[in-house]
Every structure is written in structure tokens, then in C-alpha cells.
Design a protein around this ligand. Structure first.
Ligand SMILES: [Zn+2]
Length: 475
């Protein structure tokens, strides 16, 4: 697990740190429904949530999610599936725009259908407006708990007057709170049932089987029986009592698509994803055990090649990656892997060609373009500045959330002696990191040299108007 601290990781795996705090609301609810009650923006003070960014996995998850989102009437909402770098089984929604899935859940799911089932269930929460309703319920509960507290204080005063001491008050204080908690839990149960029903409906509408979702939930319910102390976080937000599972089984078996299988092509992409996650996140001995050298399948070779570049010698890894490329010369992610291995092995000039190939096949996938930009920048070829600016500008319009992109863009502009745009990019970098004061300062400086009213000037102007999180939190 110490790999997490290696600077290598910060290039692409888990670099986009988003902060998530455990809130007072979570403590009130007890059952982990907190995330629903918390707007993602307001959580800058707490624990960090490490995110994995990867073109291959993100594309696969988008292919899993988009038919479901379409069936749910959410196609236009631009909902993204975000991978959380966490080995525990979990999936959740926090706002209307993202479905979060832990790497652990992707790892556990043997078939695409299981992950699609989880996405269908979470989409059920989104489509049902559960986040909004839970927020209302929570604020009601908080009001109720304030009332309960006042009642408790009242009772304590009354008790003191009656000569019974403070104990009566304490009892009066806890009783209503546990009632509130029970009613909130009942509310969560209702939402879970609704999300199950909606999930099965979306799966049926897209001619997919609810079997994966059913089996996964049955498995989790079994775990919660025997292992309640160490249960997966998913179970805390998704209580899985026997009757819920029984209901799910009944509606799942009623589906005309119950026996529908995932296509072999999709299963292969799924296996490649799991192999990739293993290669990047597992210890080398675990990878060697799960994918012994006798296993010559593409996923096994993929996992071993990744593990080799992460943990042993670059030359051995490159041989393995080249053999993967030979097996599938049009697979962009093998070139991407080669480029990444070379880049992180301090051979940026050699990384340019394979990354260029990966970018070409993926039609300039933003994450790959940014890695190519980095290789160009580090190899200091003569026209590096111009190439890099173009790549990064294109990437930033398609995906403004690629980690480290603005810092690199600033560097590229500076190498061209375009200091106004360099300042603007640095301002965007600071804003992304939450350093609003620095962002505003840099943007103000950029504005003085940019043509008034130009798109860059407007962006700089927007940043100078940003409010620091402290002042908004107080409002
Ligand atoms: Zn749920």
C-alpha cells in the first residue's frame, strides 16, 4: 500500500484529490446517509477522496452507464461515473451529476452485468430525486432534534423542580432522538426499495438482466449477517435486510431478460479493466498469484506488464508491453501504457511516439493528450511549447478536470514567453487547488496584459470574481 505515496502515482492514478468531510448530518443519521445531505462543493475541510482517472476504464463505465441513464430519462444530465481509489466495496451518489464507484466494487464484480446493476440502482436514486428528498428529511430531522433537545431541557427543568435531578431530562433527550433516527432509517429503506425497483425497470428497458444486481446484493446481505463489524461501507448506506433481498429476487426473476448474458466483447473489456486495476493497485506478489505466468490470456499479461513497470525493471516491462502491442496493434491503451512506463522511467523523449499513437487512436482523449504534452514538455524538443499548448488547450475544453493540466499549460506558455496566458493558467491551477486568494491575484495580473473582452480575459475576469470558500461557507 505504500505505493500510494510514490510521486509516480500522482501523474495519473489518483491524482485528482477531492475533499469529502464527515458532517454533523452524518453523525445525526448514523446510518451513513450523510453523503446525500452534503453538497459536494462544501466539503473542503475534511478527508480527501482519491479519484482514479483512466481513459480505458472511464470509457467502459460510460458504456455501462449511458443506456441506463437514457432509460432513466437522464441522458441530457451529463452524469459521470467516477472511480474512487478505495478497495472497500462501495457505490454512491452525492449530487445529481456523478455516480461514484469504488475500485473495490469494480474489482469484486466478475461480470459487466454486476457493475451495470449497481449503476442501475444508483441511477434509481438519481431518477427518484432521493438526494433532494433526503436533504429535506434531514433538515426536518435536525429541526426535530432541536425540538427534542428543547423538550429534554424543559423536562430537565421540570424534573429539577420536582426534585428528581437531571436524569429525567437525559432520558427525555435520548428517546426522541432515537425515534428520529428510526424514522430516518425507515426512510432510507423506502428509498432503497424504490431504487431497486427503478434499477430493475431500467435494466429491463435496456434488455439487460437484473441477475447481476440481485446476486451482488444477495452476496452483500450474506456478508452483513456474518460480518457486521467489518461490513463494506455500501451496506451502511444500503441496508440489506432479508425482505428487501427477497423482494428484489421476486422482481428480478420476473424479468424476461433474466438469462440474458453480457456479450463476450464486453466481458473481455471488463476483464481487462479488472486486470488493469490489479496491476496498478495490488502488490506484485498478489498480482503474481492471481495471474500466474502460466496464464497467457490478454488480461493476465496486461496485469503482469503493469505490475512489472510499477515494481520491477523498465526493460522487462517494456518487453511485456511490446508483446501486448504485437497481439493487439490497434489497442490504444497498450501504447498509452508504454508511454507512461517510459515517461515515469525518466525517458520522456522515448515516450512521445507511443503516446502520440495512443492519442491518435483515441482521437485525442484528454487524459492521454495531457500525458503526451507532459512527455513533449519534459523532452524539451524545440517546438515543444507550441505542440504542448495546442494539446492542452484542446484537452482542457473537452475535460477541464484533468489533474495537473493547468500547471503544465502555465509552463508551456512561459516557455513561449507568453506570460499573460501563463498567469491565467496558473490562476486556473490555483483555483482548482482551492487557493482562491492566489488565483485571484494571478488572474488580476493576467487581465492587465490580455486584450479586453477576449475569451482569455473573460476567464481571468471570472476568476477575479471568485469568492473564497471561507466567505461562502459563512453565508
Ligand atoms: Zn441505494
Amino acid at each position: 500500500m505504500n505505493e500510494t505515496a510514490r510521486p509516480i502515482r500522482s501523474r495519473r492514478w489518483a491524482p485528482a484529490i477531492r475533499a469529502v468531510a464527515v458532517t454533523a448530518a452524518l453523525a445525526v443519521a448514523g446510518a451513513g446517509i450523510g453523503p446525500a445531505a452534503v453538497p459536494a462543493r462544501a466539503q473542503t475541510a475534511g478527508r480527501a477522496m482519491p479519484i482514479i482517472r483512466d481513459t480505458e476504464i472511464e470509457n467502459l463505465l460510460r458504456d455501462y452507464a449511458s443506456p441506463i441513464l437514457h432509460a432513466a430519462g437522464l441522458a441530457k444530465q451529463n452524469v459521470k461515473v467516477v472511480i474512487v481509489n478505495d478497495r472497500a466495496f462501495n457505490a454512491f451518489v452525492m449530487d445529481g451529476k456523478h455516480i461514484f464507484i469504488n475500485a473495490g466494487a469494480l474489482f469484486d464484480a466478475k461480470t459487466p452485468n454486476e457493475v451495470i446493476g449497481v449503476i442501475a440502482h444508483e441511477t434509481g436514486h438519481l431518477a427518484g430525486g432521493h438526494l433532494m428528498r433526503m436533504r429535506e428529511e434531514m433538515s426536518r430531522a435536525q429541526t426535530a432534534s432541536i425540538v427534542a433537545m428543547l423538550l429534554g431541557v424543559g423536562a430537565a427543568v421540570a424534573g429539577a423542580k420536582a426534585g428528581a435531578g437531571g436524569e429525567v431530562g437525559a432520558a427525555a433527550l435520548t428517546a426522541p432522538q432515537s425515534m428520529i433516527m428510526r424514522s430516518l432509517l425507515a426512510y432510507v429503506r423506502t428509498q432503497e426499495d424504490q431504487a431497486d425497483h427503478a434499477g430493475v425497470k431500467f435494466l429491463t428497458e435496456t434488455h439487460q438482466s437484473p441477475k447481476g444486481m440481485m446476486e451482488l446484493f444477495k452476496r452483500l446481505a450474506g456478508e452483513s449477517l456474518f460480518n457486521s463489524r467489518y461490513a463494506d461501507p455500501y451496506l451502511q448506506t444500503h441496508p440489506m435486510p432479508a425482505d428487501r433481498v427477497a423482494t428484489l429476487e421476486k422482481i428480478a426473476h420476473a424479468s424476461p431478460y433474466f438469462d440474458q448474458k453480457d456479450s463476450p466483447a464486453l466481458q473481455h473489456r471488463h476483464d481487462m479493466m479488472r486486470a488493469k486495476l490489479a496491476g496498478f493497485l495490488e502488490r506484485p506478489d498478489t498480482v503474481a498469484r492471481r495471474f500466474p505466468a502460466s496464464d497467457q490470456s490478454l488480461p493476465a499479461r496486461y496485469a503482469r506488464a503493469i505490475s512489472a513497470y510499477r515494481h520491477s525493471d523498465l526493460r522487462g516491462a517494456l518487453t511485456q508491453i511490446d508483446s501486448l502491442i504485437q497481439s493487439e496493434p490497434s489497442n490504444p491503451y497498450f501504447y498509452e501504457l508504454k508511454g507512461q512506463a517510459l515517461l515515469e522511467g525518466a525517458r520522456p523523449a522515448d515516450a512521445v511516439a507511443p503516446l502520440r499513437k495512443a492519442a491518435q487512436i483515441t482521437r485525442d482523449a484528454p487524459l492521454i493528450s495531457v500525458m503526451l504534452a507532459q512527455a513533449s514538455l519534459e523532452s524539451k524538443s524545440k517546438d515543444a511549447g507550441r505542440t504542448v499548448v495546442g494539446l492542452l488547450q484542446n484537452a482542457s475544453t473537452r475535460d477541464p478536470e484533468v489533474p495537473g493540466m493547468y500547471r503544465m499549460l502555465a509552463q508551456a506558455y512561459a516557455s513561449e514567453k507568453d506570460y499573460a496566458h501563463a498567469d491565467l493558467a496558473s490562476a486556473q491551477d490555483a483555483a482548482e487547488k482551492g487557493d482562491i486568494a492566489t488565483a485571484r491575484q494571478l488572474a488580476a495580473r493576467a487581465k492587465t496584459s490580455l486584450p479586453v473582452g477576449s475569451p482569455a480575459w473573460v476567464r481571468a475576469d471570472d476568476i477575479t470574481n471568485l469568492k473564497s470558500p471561507k466567505s461562502t461557507a459563512r453565508n
